[in-house]
Design a binder for this molecule. Structure first.
Ligand SMILES: NC(=O)c1ccc[n+]([C@@H]2O[C@H](COP(=O)([O-])OP(=O)(O)OC[C@H]3O[C@@H](n4cnc5c(N)ncnc54)[C@H](O)[C@@H]3O)[C@@H](O)[C@H]2O)c1
Length: 437
C-alpha cells in the first residue's frame, strides 16, 4: 500500500517507519524543512531508541522517503495519515491550528480517491468535521477514518510492533477493510468503533492513566504522614489483577506532551457537553501540587537556598526520550532559580538548545560535574545512569550530601548508612526487598 504521513514528530515518524518496516511504501511530509533535510540524510530529529537504524534500513530498501511537498507526498497515496501536533492553546483549549492547516493542504493536494487517517489526538466530532471539510475542499472522494495513537515515547518502536490494540473509528466498510489490511502484519488486535468512540477512547485512556498516577501520588503523601512506605503499598496493591502494577509508581507527577494536554482536553470536551467532571479536575490539580513536592521538601530541610548550588538530575519528562514538553524539571528549575539558587542540570540526551533555562541555571555535561560541590541534588528523571549513582558518589562529590529523590530510585537505608541525607516520595520506616512468596 502507498501511504503518506503528514507530520514527522514523535508519532508521525514512528508510524511512518513502522508502516515501512511491515512493507508499505511510505512518504513522510513535514513543513519543517530542517527536519526533512535531516531525515533525508538518515538522521532522526528526535531521540527514540532504535529509530535511526530503522530509518536508514527502510530508506535503503526503498520503502521510506521524506519531503516537504504535499503534492509529491500524497500523489500516489491510498491513505494519508494526519499526525501533526494538537497542543493546548494559550487559552487552555485544544489548538487545532496545525491540524486544520494540514487538512487543507491535504485536500488541495489529493488527486485520487483517498482515505485520510486521523492519528493526532483530536476532540470528539473532529472526524465528522474533517469529512465535511474534505467534501467541500477536496477534488475527489475522501473517506475520513480515526486511528488514535497509544505509543509511549521511549518505548515507541516496541509499542508500534507490540501494542495492546489498534483502534479504528469508521463506519465505511471499505475503509475499515483497508485499515485492517494496512495493519494486519502487526498482528495486534484491532477494535473497530464509531469515529466518536475512537476519539474518546484516546482521551479516556490517557485520563485514566493520569488518574492512577495522581491517586498513587496522594497515597505517597499519606505514607509520608503516617510512616508507611508507598513502594510496599503499591506493590501490595498491584498484585491485585483488577488494579495492576503499572502506573502505580509514586513520584513528582506526570508531564510530557500527552497527559497534561489530554486531561485538559477531556475536561474541555466534557464542559462543552455540559459536564463538569470534578474527578478529572482533581487529578489535574493533584498533579500540579505534586510537581512542587520535591522543592517543598528541599526548602523545608535547607531553608534559604540563595547562592547554593543545586544539582538537577534529569530534564526529559521521562527516561529514553529527549522530549521536554511539560517536563517537571523545567518547572522545578524555574522555581529554584526564582529563589536565587545556582542550578546545574544534567540529562543524558537533552541538549542546551532544547531548553530555555533561566540565567542562573546551566546544563552540565556529566553527572559528576553536576554533583560536584553541590549543596543538594534533586532526582527528577529516572535514567539508568542516574539510578546507577552510588551513595559514595553523592558523599564524595557533593559539598553537602542532601539528596531529594522524586522518582524513588535509591534505597534509603543504603543512603543513610553512608551519611547521605535522603528524602524520597512516600517512603518511611525500614526498607526491605519486596517479594510475594
Ligand atoms: N508524542 C506522543 O507520545 C503521542 C502519543 C500519542 C498521540 N499523540 C498525538 O499525536 C499528535 C502528534 O504528536 P507529536 O508528539 O508527534 O507532535 P510533534 O510536535 O512531535 O510533531 C508534529 C509535527 O507536525 C509538523 N507539522 C505541523 N504542522 C504541519 C503541517 N501543516 N503540515 C505538515 N507538518 C506539520 C511539525 O513540524 C512536527 O514535525 C498529537 O495530536 C498528539 O497528541 C502523541
Amino acid at each position: 500500500m502507498n501511504i503518506a504521513i503528514v507530520g514527522t514528530g514523535y508519532v508521525g515518524l514512528v508510524t511512518g517507519v513502522g508502516l515501512a518496516a511491515i512493507g508499505h511504501n511510505v512518504t513522510c511530509i513535514d513543513i519543517d524543512q530542517t527536519k526533512i533535510q535531516k531525515l533525508n540524510n538518515g538522521v532522526s530529529p528526535i531521540y527514540e531508541p532504535g529509530i535511526e537504524s530503522l530509518i536508514l534500513k527502510n530508506i535503503a530498501e526503498g520503502r521510506l522517503s521524506f519531503t516537504s511537498s504535499f503534492a509529491e507526498g500524497v500523489y500516489l497515496a491510498n491513505a494519508v495519515y494526519l499526525a501533526v501536533g494538537t497542543p493546548t492553546g494559550s487559552d487552555g483549549r485544544i489548538d487545532m491550528t496545525y491540524f486544520n492547516q494540514a487538512a487543507s493542504a491535504i485536500a488541495e493536494a489529493i488527486t485520487k480517491p483517498t482515505a485520510v487517517v486521523i492519528k493526532s489526538t483530536v476532540p470528539v466530532g473532529t472526524n465528522k468535521e474533517l469529512q465535511c471539510l474534505m467534501n467541500q475542499q477536496a477534488g475527489c472522494k475522501v473517506t475520513v477514518v480515526s486511528n488514535p495513537e497509544f505509543l509511549r515515547e521511549g518505548m515507541a518502536l516496541h509499542d508500534m510492533f507490540h501494542g495492546d490494540r489498534i483502534v479504528i473509528g469508521a463506519t465505511d466498510e471499505k475503509v475499515i477493510q483497508m485499515m485492517e489490511e494496512i495493519n494486519s502484519p502487526f498482528e495486534i488486535p484491532i477494535v473497530t468503533t464509531t469515529p466518536k468512540s475512537a476519539e474518546l477512547i484516546k482521551y479516556a485512556s490517557n485520563a485514566f492513566l493520569a488518574t492512577k498516577i495522581s491517586f498513587i501520588n496522594e497515597i505517597a503523601n499519606l505514607c509520608d504522614r503516617v510512616g508507611a512506605d508507598v513502594q510496599e503499598v503499591s506493590f501490595g496493591m498491584g498484585l491485585d489483577k483488577r488494579i495492576g502494577k503499572k502506573f502505580l509508581q509514586a513520584g513528582i507527577g506526570y508531564g510530557g506532551s500527552c497527559f497534561p494536554k489530554d486531561t485538559l482536553g477531556l475536561l474541555q470536551i466534557a464542559h462543552e457537553a455540559g459536564m463538569t467532571f470534578p474527578l478529572l479536575q482533581e487529578v489535574i490539580q493533584t498533579n500540579a501540587e505534586q510537581q512542587r513536592v520535591l522543592v517543598s521538601k528541599l526548602l523545608e530541610k535547607m531553608g534559604a537556598i540563595r547562592g547554593k548550588k543545586i544539582a538537577i538530575l534529569g530534564i526529559a519528562f521521562k527516561p529514553n526520550t529527549d522530549d521536554v514538553r511539560e517536563a517537571p524539571a523545567l518547572r522545578i528549575i524555574d522555581e529554584l532559580a526564582s529563589y536565587g539558587a545556582l542550578i546545574s542540570a544534567f540529562d543524558p540526551v537533552v541538549k542546551a538548545e532544547d531548553v530555555a533555562m533561566p540565567e542562573n541555571a546551566k546544563l552540565s555535561s556529566s553527572i559528576r560535574e553536576t554533583l560536584e560541590q553541590a549543596d543538594a541534588a534533586l532526582v527528577v528523571t529516572e535514567w539508568d545512569e542516574i539510578k546507577a549513582i552510588r551513595a559514595e558518589d553523592f558523599k564524595e562529590w557533593m559539598s553537602q550530601a542532601h539528596v531529594f529523590d522524586g522518582r524513588n530510585c535509591f534505597n534509603p537505608d543504603e543512603m543513610s548508612k553512608l551519611g547521605v541525607y535522603y528524602e524520597a516520595i512516600g517512603r518511611g520506616g525500614e526498607i526491605k526487598e519486596l517479594v510475594a512468596k
